[in-house]
Design a protein around this ligand. Structure first.
Ligand SMILES: [Fe+2]
Length: 160
């Protein structure tokens, strides 16, 4: 059945495009934060391990929300790891590198969080410039800024 939620098709397509880029970034972040959860070491291992678990679980939840918003707009979420790497704007973690120290892991994840937040803010400007607003997507993006901003603060606190 065709979709009729009061949004022009072009605007839905724009939202889907922005959401797929965000989905790709979140998948790269998921792989990185989950792998750091497994490999982190140090005297505070227990708290680092739990904190990194909190981050990958939050990222997992973001991924599900983004993909389901794309479906609600009658779009198709990108479906392969290759396509996520192609569309992501944050750097994939290079497994060939020596494992970073815990503080470096937090710094890398902080960079990713801040970069994704800046991207989302740009996406919001693009969406808000449209005459008809995609409130559902805007709400999701604003919520992500709030939650990722809180995690970025916690990452920053682990480094300083
Ligand atoms: Fe685990």
């Amino acid at each position: 059945m065709s979709i009729n939620i009061g949004e022009p098709k072009e605007l839905m397509n724009l939202s889907i495009e922005l959401l797929n880029k965000l989905l790709s970034n979140e998948f790269v972040l998921l792989a990185k934060s989950w792998s750091f959860h497994w490999t982190v070491t140090g005297p505070s291992f227990g708290s680092y391990h739990s904190f990194l678990e909190k981050i990958y679980k939050e990222t997992f939840e973001n991924i599900d929300n983004i993909a389901e918003r794309i479906r609600a707009l009658d779009g198709v979420p990108l479906e392969s790891l290759r396509s996520y790497i192609e569309h992501a704007t944050i750097k994939d973690y290079n497994a060939g590198e020596t494992l970073p120290e815990a503080k470096t892991m937090f710094a890398l994840l902080l960079d990713d969080h801040e970069s994704i937040i800046r991207d989302i803010r740009e996406d919001l400007k693009i969406l808000e410039a449209q005459k008809v607003m995609d409130e559902g997507t805007i709400n999701l993006l604003q919520d992500m800024i709030y939650r990722m901003g809180k995690t970025a603060w916690m990452l920053r606190a682990h480094i300083s």
